[in-house]
Design a protein around this ligand. Structure first.
Ligand code: FAD
Length: 250
């Protein structure tokens, strides 16, 4: 099971250009989100996704603006007026969303193979449609879905028709990820996972794993706080097992 079932929350992006200044590099990042598209029957239905208003600091902007030369220059001239949305696909809950596998190269480096299946890419198309509709409804003058066949669209009807016609294929479809989860999944039996519920490896007794790799699925939300919380719990229990004392926080 080690390295199998690695989840990423594959992410789609959509830029909206507004008359007013957005200044996506300012203020609290990612303060708004919606779970409207996360349905409660993930084993049966299409892939669900969480929609978020993304921060747009310069590093992220330079990746997400797309294009080069004059086109990139124009896009950066619009930077203060650009708002970015993203959608996190809730991967790992459906037979056609099995996650990725991590393997070792002969030189010892790790390589991840993550299939962007038609099921996952259908979520990209639906999320690009949802984000464009939201951005036009909020007053965007132009919407630019993150896809190699995309252009700038100035009406919802034009964006809708274009997104419906995109070839949803890996490399053409703009995809990102910042949430690596799984790979050392926690499970109640040795056959189902890599670590036990206390974080100890099922086969190696003096090895404990305390990070996002122990999640048995993607969690459908930005994972940092959950990783802190779980690591705090598992590490505190480990200290107690090792020296018999409770951890006392100053
Ligand atoms: C650009 C970006 C934006 C993000 N934004 C958010 C957000 O807004 N909200 C949110 O909740 N989450 C966010 N995340 C996700 C969050 O940061 C991660 O999920 C979280 O930090 C993962 O914690 P971890 O302990 O599992 O792994 P990591 O924090 O990656 O820790 C792994 C550690 O292992 C070390 N390491 C690796 N290999 C070796 C080795 N061979 N030997 C020794 N050490 C090794 C690494 O140096 C690293 O310190 C973001 C991630 C990125 C990349």
């Amino acid at each position: 099971m080690l390295g199998a079932r690695t989840f990423l929350h594959p992410v789609s992006f959509s830029a909206g250009i507004f008359d007013e200044r957005i200044e996506g590099w300012q203020g609290a990042p990612q303060s708004l989100y919606s779970d409207h598209f996360v349905h409660d029957a993930p084993l049966q239905g299409p892939i669900g996704f969480k929609v978020e208003a993304a921060p747009l600091h310069p590093g992220m902007a330079s990746i997400l603006m797309g294009g080069h030369g004059q086109r990139l220059m124009t896009r950066f001239q619009q930077y203060p007026h650009t708002q970015m949305m993203l959608s996190l696909m809730r991967d790992g809950f459906h037979p056609e969303s099995v996650g990725g596998k991590v393997r070792m190269h002969l030189d010892g480096s790790a390589v991840l193979d993550y299939p962007l299946t038609d099921y996952v890419l259908d979520g990209f198309r639906r999320s690009l449609l949802a984000m464009a509709e939201i951005q036009f409804a909020a007053g965007a003058k132009v919407v630019r879905p993150f896809h190699e066949q995309s252009d700038d669209y100035s009406t919802w009807a034009a964006a809708k028709a274009a997104i419906a016609a995109f070839d949803m294929k890996p490399l053409l479809t703009g995809a990102g990820s910042a949430h690596v989860m799984g790979g050392c999944g926690m499970a109640s039996t040795e056959a189902l996972g890599v670590v036990r519920p206390d974080g100890v490896h099922w086969q190696v007794d003096n090895l404990s794993v305390h990070d996002g790799s122990v999640f048995p699925t993607s969690i459908g939300a930005n994972p940092q706080l959950s990783i802190y919380g779980m690591t705090n719990l598992l590490a505190t229990q480990l200290v107690k097992r090792l020296n018999g004392k409770d951890v006392v926080l100053a």
